[in-house]
Structure formats: C-alpha cells, structure tokens
Design a protein around this ligand. Structure first.
Ligand code: AMP
Ligand code: ZN
Length: 485
C-alpha cells in the first residue's frame, strides 16, 4: 500500500510523512482571532485541518493537536501598528475585552461542533500564556536577535538574516522586502522597517496590558504561536498549519523566532490551506465579503435559495483539495447536496447487500484506492471520486449484476464507513436511529403548532430559536413542520 505524503510548503515538494517520534504526531494550527463571528472561509481552513487530524488518527497515529485562540496581540495591520482587534471591538461595544473574547470563542466552538470537527487536544489562549511569551522574548534577547527600544522589544530581522536566512517559507528576499518597505513613519523605535514587535509597550489608553521586564505591555501576535507550540509540542514538532494568507509575515516570523530562541527549525512539515472565495473574491472579515455558517445552515441570506445541513457544507468543502481555491455559489452547494445524498443512499444499500461465494470485482483494490487518494497529500476530491466509483459496484451487487463475498462485504463496509464518517467527518443526517429524539421532537412540534394556533408567537419563536442554537433547524410548510440537524 502507498505511504502518506504531505506537500510541505517549506520545501515546496511532496514528502513522505515520517513523524519525529515513532507514531506520535504533534500538530499545531493557528486558531481564530476572536473579535468577530467566524465566516465560512475560516471554517474551510479549520475543517481541512480537522480532516488531516482525522486521517492521521485513522492511520493509527497518536496525535496531539493544538489549536490556539488569539485573544490579544493581533493588531489591525501586520506592521505593529493600529489598535488591537479585540480591544477595538471592546471599545466600540463598551464591553470588557474578555466579554468579546468569550462571545466569539463560544460561537467558534459551536460552529465547529456543528460542522462535526473534533475539538483539539489543547486549545491554549494567548492571555493564558504571558509567562511563556515573556520568557521567549528574553531568550531571543539573550541570543542577540532582538533589541529593546523605549519599552518595546523588536526582532532584528537583518541580524537574523545574516546567520539564518529570512524568508525561506514565503520565498521573499530581504533585499526586495527592504526596497518595498515604507518609511518608518511613527515607528522610529525600530532599527529597520522589517523588524517586528515581540513585545509592545502599551500606550496609556491601551486596556490589555501586563507587566514585563521592559514595560507594561502586550505580546506580539507572531510570538504567541511560537511560545505555545514550543510549550505543548516541543522545540521541533511535526505539522504546523494555517491558511495560506498566514504564510507571510506570521509563519515566516514564527520560523525566525523559533530558530533564534532554540537554535533549530520549529516545524518539519508546513501545511497551508487555500482560500474560500465568494464571487471570485476571498471571503474576509475586513472587506465584508462573507457568508456566515448560520446563514448557510438556515438559508437566511439573499444569495441562497434554501439552507443546507452542516454535513452538506462539509461535503462541499471536501470536494475540493485543501490547497486549491474553492468558490462558493448556490449552484455548487446545491450540486454537493445531491452528491451527499447519493453517497448516503449508497451506504444504506451497502449495509443491506446479500453475499455470494465470490466477489466479481477486486474489493481490496477499491479499498486501496481510498488510501491511495488520502496518502497523496490528503486528496479528498479523488477519495470522493473513488467512493462514487465504488457506489456503482454496490448498486450492481444490489440489483444482482455483480457479486460480493462475505469477507469482502465486511471489508468494504468497514472501510467505506471509515472513510465517509471517520475521515471525511460526514454525518448521516437521514438516518435517525434515535427514537426517543423523534418522540421529543414530535412533542415540541405539537406545542409549537398549538402556540401558533393561539397566536402565541413568542413561545413558537422561542422553540425555533432554542432548537437552532442546538443545531436543529425546523421548517414550516403546508404539509406540516419538519426538522433536520
Ligand atoms: P483569522 O481569525 O482571520 O486569523 O483567520 C483564521 C483562519 O482562517 C486563518 O488560518 C486564516 O488563514 C483562515 N482564513 C481566513 N479567510 C479565509 C478564507 N477566505 N478561506 C480559507 N481560510 C481563510
Ligand atoms: Zn499562529
């Protein structure tokens, strides 16, 4: 059977995956900056890494999956300028920064749960790791790759470049970066415009601040991921992921910080996901070109004719390779829904097939094709194509034009189920094996129908809204009310 290969964005080639320590894998994914609701683009990146995590588990690896929550330090521009995104939102809404953090962290976890993503093994926050970050700043200072200036500490990019070479991940050359950089207006504390803050002195009005040897201030955004990944995964770990927009400067700076502090490269395999676009443009919080998961699940958006279940949304994402751009459209998701139903129907048929003394096709080869697709840099669209190819055989066995042996049927059921549900993370929403749930829902629907009949819309809306929060959508039509997860 083939072996897992990963496209490493650092070396720009597919490499056989060999974990640093036997069958243990350390994986770090940059998490969200929790100053607003996540959009579908963010979800694509996190769902892609959920798929990677799931496949590593499926192969039998013991994975420690760390995904942080950025709750301080992410400024409005990458150039150490502007306000902290969370502090700004808190000021505008007259709330505590931690209220902002809590609201959007809860929303993020809720959405990822709806999309059937496994929670990470560790979900550290930047504000919970100030001591580690201050220590790392000190280490970088001690090694001579940073300098203090007016209470802030800056990473000395040119000095680092002399001994280590800066820009290997993004392919940017320091000469070009210098030529392309603007004057140091307002940033005279820096020796070079390329230098970035690893500790920033807080201005008097800045609310998020902590004491440090240099000033009352806050850590730089790039530093938090270096400090937390080192703490939980060690100085060099296996996989680091994020969206490709994080390659520069965020991940480039992480490499520099790691090498400067510990003397060796922090990551063996760098993975970057491509963007989800809407109308051909990147979905982005800052431009407002977004679609929220809640809108997509409920269908309450002008761009949509109806709502789609989280599993259909997940299937839509899995139909593209994680490193390819994916454009969202109502037609595309509607086509995915048809494909999803076809796959679930085939699974239902597979469970009920009758066996013969022999198989008329090579089932082991079909199963190998599932592994081959995923071993080729997690190629989910090829996996799905191979699953569909297998459904033709399943249907032929069902109508009696092909045969399958008992042994092969057990193998195919196990692996088909494994790849569809464990690896792709889909949920068979048409299958309701929970009769108690049906009973409870029937009762709720009855209460809701009665309150509507009495024009008690407060109660009927409350039932609908609370169910929506729990991930259950109800639809009213002339025929009555139906519900889906
Ligand atoms: P942020 O909260 O903005 O730091 O983003 C969280 C994650 O979502 C990062 O890994 C981003 O690279 C990723 N991301 C942002 N926009 C998109 C998009 N349109 N498509 C895919 N991933 C995205
Ligand atoms: Zn990060």
């Amino acid at each position: 059977m083939s072996k897992l290969h990963i496209y490493n964005t650092l070396t720009k080639q597919k490499e056989e995956f060999k974990p640093i320590q036997d069958d243990h894998v350390g994986m770090y994914v940059c998490g969200p900056t929790v100053y607003s609701y996540v959009h579908l683009g963010n979800c694509r990146t996190f769902t892609s890494f959920d798929m990677v995590y799931r496949y590593l588990l499926y192969l039998g690896y013991k994975v420690r999956y760390v995904r942080n929550i950025t709750d301080v330090g992410h400024l409005e521009s990458d150039a150490d300028q502007g306000e902290d995104k969370i502090a700004k939102k808190a000021r505008l809404e007259q709330l505590e920064p931690m209220e902002i953090v809590q609201r959007y962290t809860v929303d993020f976890r809720n959405v990822m749960r709806q999309l059937n993503a496994h929670p990470p093994n560790i979900e550290p926050t930047a504000t919970g790791h100030l001591i580690e970050q201050i220590q790392m700043v000190q280490e970088i200072l001690d090694k001579g790759f940073a300098y203090e200036s007016n209470g802030s500490v800056y990473f000395d990019v040119e000095k680092y470049n002399e001994s280590h070479g800066y820009g290997e991940l993004s392919g940017r050359k320091i000469e070009d970066l210098i030529a392309g950089s603007r004057e140091l207006d307002g940033q005279e504390e820096k020796r070079s415009p390329l230098d970035f803050a690893i500790w920033k002195k807080a201005s008097p009005e800045h609310i998020m601040r902590w004491p440090s040897p240099w000033s009352d201030g806050f850590p730089g955004w790039h530093l938090e991921c270096s400090a937390m990944s080192t703490k939980y995964l060690g100085e060099t770990f296996d996989i680091h992921g994020g969206g490709m927009d994080l390659k520069f400067p965020h991940h480039e700076c992480e490499i520099a910080q790691g090498c400067a502090a510990t003397g060796h490269k922090p990551v063996k395999y760098w993975m970057h996901t491509n963007m989800l676009t809407l109308n051909g443009k990147k979905m982005s919080k800052s431009t407002g070109n977004t679609l929220s998961p809640a809108e997509l699940f409920s269908g309450e958006n002008d761009k949509l004719e109806k709502g789609y279940s989280p599993s259909v949304v997940r299937f839509f994402m899995m139909q593209a390779h994680y490193s390819s751009e994916l454009d969202f459209s109502s037609d595309a998701i509607s086509a995915s829904e048809k494909g999803f139903i076809k796959l679930m129907t085939a699974y239902g048929v597979l469970l009920k097939l009758e066996t013969s003394s022999q198989s008329s096709k090579n089932v082991q080869e079909m199963v190998d094709s599932f592994y081959d697709a995923m071993n080729d840099d997690f190629n989910t669209p090829i996996l799905i194509a191979n699953l569909f190819e297998t459904t033709k055989y399943i249907n032929s066995v069902h109508v009696g034009t092909e045969t399958i042996s008992k042994e092969d049927l057990e193998l195919l059921q196990k692996e088909f189920r494994g790849f569809v549900f464990d690896v792709l993370g889909l949920v068979n929403e048409t299958e309701s094996d929970n009769s108690k749930m049906d009973e409870v829902m029937a009762l709720l629907m009855e209460i809701r129908a009665e309150s509507r009949a009495k024009k008690d819309f407060a109660t009927s809306d409350l039932i609908r809204d609370k169910l929506q929060e729990a991930g259950i959508t109800i639809k009213d039509s002339k025929e009555g009310t139906t519900w889906t997860f």
